[in-house]
Write a protein that binds this ligand. Structure first.
Ligand code: N01
Length: 551
């Protein structure tokens, strides 16, 4: 039999820098490299438009939990002044519109290839180039490769037996169909009670005939108290942009509020209760900043946890359901605390039920629904997996990255991610990972972390070129020391006590249990990175020869 002709090898297109991903991070990185350094920079994006996480997460109720006036680029006064947010917490379509506004205003789309999912990225040491191929065979090369793939972009679909037998529809919230899912008149099962499930449940319950929420781990949630923004607030935010930015840069989480200076244990019970009640009434993530030691002292944390559990029992009318929802096994805010719009109230609806799958786990999915270990059957038409992500490392590992001497990133990180500052990996020259593991990223208001990384990377590449060097690479010793520091920073908080959190990789079977984000605070991290740059990049090696370019 004649051999099938070999697939044609596509020509390779060469740039100065390749960026993977066109969300917040990729957009700003493209602007910085192209418009500040004058590089021929290009973005490869799997989706058919800009937006990153906000392209994929279109599930009902999807909205941001950072306040809109802080969930924006602050590097450009023009961008700040040319955009108005409509609500305190913007919905997914509005954030997508914002990112399109950014891309159009900065004329970025002409340097983005959409529908380009990276399948491999290989360091070619002889040529000093990253050779990148998309899954459909398009080929690109550049001396610099910057990943802007987000921390929560690789979905976690649990391997529950029988999924293929189910006759109804199955959707993961992180890959929600762009034209929506009509659940009207349908019986819906939603698995998962993280930030996503807690946002989706009230909206699904409104639309569906019946909703069953499958809860494995009960969760805290704080009311968002979302509301339209009035003109007075919009004007205030624009007029005070410099102060807001300064606050976001000075605080551990990059949010526009400061952490209360007092210990929860140094005030009277009445004063504490009043402080929590005020934060509850105000709504949003700032409740965890009511006192300085909520995240570091178990007794202090218990006071916040008890306050929230009491509110859950107050809101939920059925005592048995309330008890299951308030039976939370980890300290408050040691998993990312959701904020909600009517989550606990949803369980007072006649068409909503809670299935406690900690007590009675899912055994299998059948043709008609979900069967629990006890034999109980839940007949449903739609199953929604709100089961989260292979966070922080998943998207990077799925890209098929290999560095010097063919070292696969999956081998380099077999025991957990090793990075210098979350920015570079030893053995992978000229690869930069925006909001990579080991950086504060998911513990912060993301645009603040992204801006800092993009600016550091851009300055670093400028310095490298100014010194006439071709490559920069983190050293093993520096990564070793940074990983130890990341562990110490986590252990100084209560966060490792949430044993099943995705911060630890514990939500994905077989994933190494390593606390991945840097818990030392964004402000401290920013200072460390600035000091490294000021000292001439200790912990990194610059090598090779390249033409000098004035910084
Ligand atoms: O995912 P999660 P998420 N069987 O991993 C359960 C950001 N975000 O998509 O805790 C049964 O937090 C799992 O149970 P358990 C935000 O940073 C932001 O909700 O592992 N259940 C848990 O209840 C957030 O933290 C916004 O026991 C299973 C849930 O699924 C992050 O994204 C909005 C299971 C997963 O919760 C991830 O949130 C939404 C199984 N096999 C998300 N596997 C904003 O507002 C998992 N679960 C910006």
């Amino acid at each position: 039999m004649p051999e099938a002709p070999a697939a044609p090898v596509m020509p390779e297109t060469t740039f100065d820098a390749l960026i993977v991903g066109a969300g917040f991070a990729g957009l700003y990185q493209l602007h910085a490299l192209r418009d500040r350094l004058g590089l021929r920079a290009h973005v490869l994006e799997a989706a058919d438009g800009v937006g990153g996480t906000w392209t994929w997460n279109r599930y009902p109720g999807a909205r941001c939990d950072s306040e809109s006036h802080a969930y924006a680029f602050y590097f450009s006064d023009d961008l700040l002044q040319s955009w108005d947010w409509s609500e305190r917490y913007p919905q997914q379509p509005e954030i997508l519109r914002y990112l399109n506004h950014v891309a159009d205003r900065l004329d970025l789309k002409r340097d983005i290839t959409f529908g380009a999912r990276v399948g491999s990225a290989r360091w070619d040491a002889a040529a000093g180039l990253w050779r990148v191929a998309t899954q459909d065979g398009r080929r690109y090369a550049a001396p610099f490769l910057v990943t802007a793939v987000g921390c929560l972009s690789s979905t976690n679909m649990p391997d529950i037996p029988g999924r293929e037998d189910f006759a109804g529809a199955v959707h993961h919230t992180g890959e929600w169909p762009h034209d929506g899912v009509d659940v009207s008149g349908k019986r819906v099962a939603m698995i998962g009670t993280g930030s996503t499930g807690i946002q989706a449940a009230p909206v699904l319950a409104e639309a569906a005939a019946h909703l069953t929420v499958f809860q494995r781990t009960a969760n805290y949630s704080i009311p968002a108290r979302n509301r339209p923004l009035d003109d007075a607030f919009k004007h205030w935010a624009k007029a005070h942009a410099a102060e807001i930015r300064a606050t976001m840069h000075a605080t551990p989480n990059g949010h526009p509020w400061t952490v209360g200076p007092r210990s929860a244990l140094e005030v009277s019970a009445e004063e504490r209760e009043a402080a929590y009640a005020a934060a509850w009434e105000k709504g949003g993530l700032a409740l965890r900043a009511t006192f300085r030691d909520i995240l570091t002292d178990r007794a202090a944390n218990d006071t916040a946890a008890d306050f929230i559990k009491a509110r859950i029992r107050e809101v939920v009318q059925d005592p048995a359901t309330a008890a299951k929802l308030a039976d939370i096994d980890h300290p408050f805010a040691t998993k990312r605390p959701p904020i909600d719009t009517g989550y606990f109230e949803t369980f007072n609806r006649a068409n909503v039920a809670l299935a406690d799958i900690r007590a009675d786990p899912i055994e299998r999915i059948t043709a008609t629904g979900i069967r629990l270990r006890s034999g109980a059957e839940h007949a449903v038409d739609v199953i929604v997996f709100a089961t989260g992500f292979d966070a922080m490392t998943g998207a990077l590992l799925r890209m098929g990255i290999s560095g010097r001497d063919g070292l696969a990133l999956s081998d380099a990180w077999a025991a957990g991610p090793r990075t210098q500052l979350g920015l570079q990996v030893p053995g992978f020259p000229n690869l930069f990972t925006i909001t990579g593991p080991g950086s504060p990223s998911v513990l912060t208001n993301m645009p603040v972390a992204i801006e800092q990384h993009v600016e550091w990377i851009t300055d670093c590449i400028a310095q490298l070129r100014a010194q006439g060097r071709a490559t920069i690479e983190a050293t093993d010793d520096a990564a070793e020391a940074w990983v130890a520091h990341v562990n110490d920073a986590a252990n100084a908080t209560l966060m490792p006590q949430a044993g099943h959190s995705w911060y630890l990789g514990a939500n994905v079977p077989g994933k190494p249990r390593v606390f991945m984000p840097y818990a030392g605070g964004m402000a401290r991290y920013r200072a460390i990175c600035a000091e490294v740059a000021a000292q001439g990049y200790p912990g990194f090696v610059m090598a090779g020869q390249a033409a000098r370019v004035p910084a």
